[in-house]
Design a protein around this ligand. Structure first.
Ligand code: C5P
Length: 412
C-alpha cells in the first residue's frame, strides 16, 4: 500500500484484550513499508509482551515517560510527536480515551499524543456498556472537537461474552484506514493515474421550503471508498448529497442536494476512469411548492415524478475502458434484483446490501456486501468495516480496469 511506504507511524497500544491484534497490525504496517514505533501503556504490557511488538516493529517499545537510564533522553515524547506522520491508538481503552480527552500525560503514549503535531487516529475497543456510557461518548466527542479521527468499533461478540459495539476492527481494516488518513494522493499508489468518481449519501427532494423527501443513507460507504481510493493514489472526486461527514484530505468534494444536481455534477466529470455510485439517489421527486403547504383535510396527495437514473445514463454513454460500479439496496430477492440492475444499467460490478443483514447498510460503520460481476459470479465479502469493504471493492475495480485495457496500451 503505497500511502504507507516510508511513513512514520506511532502505534499506541493500551491495555485491553484487543491488544493482541496489535501484533498483526504492526506486521501489516511494516509489510506496507512503514516505520512503526510502538508505544504501550503499562497496562497493555499485561496483555501482550513488548518483546513481541518490539521484534515485529524492529524498534524498542516505549512505555514509561521517564528514561530507564541516565543517558536516556527526557524529551523523547516531544521528538516522537515531531517524527510521526500519524499517531494511532489501537486499541484505545476507555481509560486511555479519558486521559487523552483531558490532557493527562502520565505515560509515553499519553505524553506523545499531547505533544504530537501529526494527525491522531483513535480506535476504541472495550465492552459495549463501557463504550456507550455517556462519559466515554463525551470523551470521544471532545477528542473529535480537538481534531482526532475516530475509527468506530465494530458490532459483534465481545470478550465478556456479550454482544454489542466495542470490538476492535480487524488489523487489515485499521491498516486501510491509516492509509486513508495519511491520505493525499501518492504518485505511486496502485490506483495512481486513475480518476475515480464516487457518489455518496442521500439526495433531498424539496416538497416545499421546509420539507423534503429523503432516505436514511449516512454516506459512510461512499466516503470510505473516496478516502481509500485517494490513499491508493487515485485522483478522487466525491459528489456528496447532504451528510454530516468530513471527507479525507486530498479528496475533491462537490456537495449537492437533489438528484438533478447530482446528475449535473456527475456528468461534468465524464473523463472519470472509474465511477462508483454509492449514493442512495431518491427515485422520485416532486415540483416543490414555493410556500409552505398548509394542513388541510386528513390526506395530502403528492404527485411524484421519476428522477433521472444517473447510473443508467452513464451505462449508456460508457467510454471504452471505463469501469462502472453500482450499489443495490435490496430487502428481498436481493441477488436476483441486483443482477437485473447490473444488466439493465450495463455495469461491471454491483455491490448488494440488505438492511436486514446484521451489521449492514444504513448508518452502520460496518456493512455486509456481496459483489456480483458481469459473468454472474457472486462474491460474499462478509460483514466488515466500510473501510475494509472499500478496499476490497477497489481491488476488484483495479483488476477490472487492468483486464479492460488491451495489451500494449500504456497501463495506468
Ligand atoms: O435502481 P436502483 O435505484 O436500486 O439502483 C441503485 C444504483 O443506481 C445505485 O448505484 C444508485 O447510486 C444508482 N442510482 C442512480 N440514479 C437514480 C437512482 C439510483 O444513479 N435515480
Amino acid at each position: 500500500m503505497a500511502a504507507l511506504a516510508n511513513r512514520n507511524i506511532i502505534l499506541g497500544v493500551s491495555g485491553g484484550i484487543a491488544a493482541y491484534k496489535s501484533a498483526e497490525l504492526v506486521r501489516l504496517l511494516k509489510k506496507a513499508g512503514a516505520d512503526v514505533q510502538v508505544v504501550m501503556t503499562p497496562n497493555a504490557t499485561r496483555f501482550i509482551s513488548p518483546l513481541t511488538l518490539g521484534t515485529l516493529s524492529e524498534r524498542e517499545v516505549l512505555i514509561d515517560i521517564f528514561p530507564e537510564n541516565e543517558d536516556g533522553s527526557w524529551t523523547r515524547h516531544i521528538s516522537l510527536g515531531v517524527w510521526a506522520d500519524i499517531l494511532v491508538v489501537a486499541p484505545a481503552t476507555a481509560q486511555t480515551i479519558a486521559k487523552l480527552a483531558h490532557g493527562f500525560c502520565d505515560s509515553m503514549l499519553t505524553a506523545a499524543a499531547l505533544a504530537a503535531r501529526c494527525p491522531l487516529l483513535v480506535c476504541p475497543a472495550m465492552d459495549h456498556d463501557m463504550f456507550v456510557h455517556p462519559s466515554t461518548q463525551a470523551n470521544l466527542e471532545t477528542l473529535e472537537d480537538y481534531g482526532y479521527r475516530i475509527m468506530p468499533p465494530e458490532h459483534g461478540e465481545l470478550a465478556s461474552g456479550l454482544v454489542g459495539h466495542g470490538r476492535l476492527p480487524e488489523p487489515a481494516a485499521i491498516t486501510e484506514r491509516i492509509a486513508a488518513e495519511l491520505g493525499s494522493a501518492t504518485p505511486d499508489g496502485d490506483l495512481a493515474g486513475l480518476k475515480v468518481l464516487v457518489t455518496a449519501g442521500p439526495t433531498h427532494e424539496s416538497i416545499d421550503p421546509v420539507r423534503y423527501i429523503t432516505n436514511h443513507s449516512s454516506g459512510k460507504m461512499g466516503f470510505a471508498l473516496a478516502a481509500v481510493a485517494c490513499a491508493r493514489g487515485a485522483d478522487v472526486v466525491l459528489v456528496s448529497g447532504p451528510v454530516s461527514l468530513e471527507s479525507a484530505q486530498g479528496v475533491r468534494r462537490v456537495d449537492v442536494t437533489t438528484a438533478e444536481e447530482m446528475r449535473a455534477a456527475v456528468s461534468s466529470q465524464d473523463d472519470a476512469d472509474v465511477v462508483i455510485m454509492a449514493a442512495a439517489v431518491a427515485d422520485y421527486t416532486t415540483t416543490a411548492s414555493t410556500t409552505k403547504i398548509k394542513k388541510a383535510g386528513d390526506d395530502l396527495i403528492l404527485e411524484l415524478q421519476r428522477t433521472p437514473d444517473i447510473l443508467a445514463e452513464l451505462g449508456k454513454a460508457r467510454r471504452p475502458g471505463q469501469v462502472l460500479v453500482g450499489f443495490a439496496l435490496e430487502t428481498d430477492n436481493d441477488l436476483e434484483n441486483a443482477r437485473g440492475k447490473l444488466e439493465s444499467k450495463d455495469l461491471d460490478l454491483i455491490a448488494v446490501n440488505n438492511p436486514n443483514d446484521e451489521g449492514g447498510a444504513f448508518g452502520h460503520d460496518t456493512n455486509r456486501v456481496r459483489l456480483i460481476s458481469r459473468d454472474g459470479a457472486v462474491e460474499d465479502l462478509g460483514t466488515q468495516s466500510k473501510d475494509r469493504i472499500a478496499g476490497l471493492i477497489l481491488d476488484r475495480v483495479r483488476s477490472l480496469r487492468s483486464s479492460s485495457i488491451p495489451s500494449g496500451f500504456p497501463s495506468p
